[in-house]
Write a new protein. Structure first.
Length: 242
């Protein structure tokens, strides 16, 4: 049975009697194992070559200062540093930089959230427009559309429709023309003053006639409208009309 690579019986580098004629195997490190002068060096080499199964303590001869790898180690510059104001300012700058980084990250998250919301609204509107285009252009018969004009007059003859909406459109057009005429009169009087004659030829100026103010149409009263004594009209619900 081998021991450190050397079979039992090869003590003092001599073969036993039962190994007569066997080749010698005590060579190299095995031979140094039995040499008193080389045994200590061989042990030290074997101990230095170990890689596991042991704890190796580094020799540190300075018993006053901790080793540089220790957390309690401080260099002479750090230990004898007395500029407290610079240290406080450095800590303040670090705190402010941290706050700015947090604010920048929050701003980026808010921008991303707003961008996502804006894109969602844009996509929704694009879907609505796509549906309208599909309904009106590509498939116009997908829904029934009444063939009537949305304006209260005939687009061919330009005549107002009979009824309240036509009268209302006629009144709005007449009111616009009346306001334009009154504005022209005010500008004319402002330019010529209160004189009713021409300052160059001394001729009398024609009197400007004020246009008649148009009268608004009468609001029709249906069965669902109940007139009041003070001119107000109350619209009733269909289920409340007798």
């Amino acid at each position: 049975m081998p021991y450190f690579g050397v079979p039992f019986g090869y003590m003092h580098n001599r073969q036993p009697k039962w190994a007569v004629g066997a080749p010698s195997v005590a060579t190299g490190d095995e031979r140094r194992h039995f040499q008193p002068a080389d045994y200590d060096l061989l042990e030290k080499e074997r101990l230095a070559a170990r890689r596991f199964g042991h704890v190796r303590n580094e020799v540190y001869k300075n018993v006053v200062e901790p080793p540089p790898v220790s957390l309690s180690y401080a260099s002479e510059d750090e230990r004898l540093h007395g500029d407290v104001a610079s240290a406080v300012r450095m800590d303040h700058c670090k705190t402010q930089a941290k706050k700015k980084a947090i604010l920048a990250a929050s701003t980026e998250r808010r921008k991303l959230r707003d961008t996502k919301s804006w894109m969602a609204r844009e996509n929704e509107w694009a879907n609505v427009m796509e549906h309208e285009r599909w309904t009106r252009c590509e498939h116009p018969h997908a829904r029934v559309i009444a063939n009537r004009s949305s304006v209260p007059y005939d687009p061919i003859t330009l005549q107002y429709h009979d009824g309240y909406e036509g009268e209302r459109a006629k009144y709005m057009d007449a009111s616009a023309r009346w306001r334009a005429a009154m504005r022209a009169i005010r500008i004319y009087r402002k330019m010529n003053g209160d004189r009713n004659y021409n300052v160059i030829s001394w001729e009398k100026l024609p009197k400007l006639s004020h246009p008649e103010k148009p009268t608004p149409p009468v609001i029709p009263v249906s069965n669902s409208c109940k007139p009041q004594g003070d001119g107000r009209v109350i619209v009733l619900r269909e289920d409340s009309v007798d």
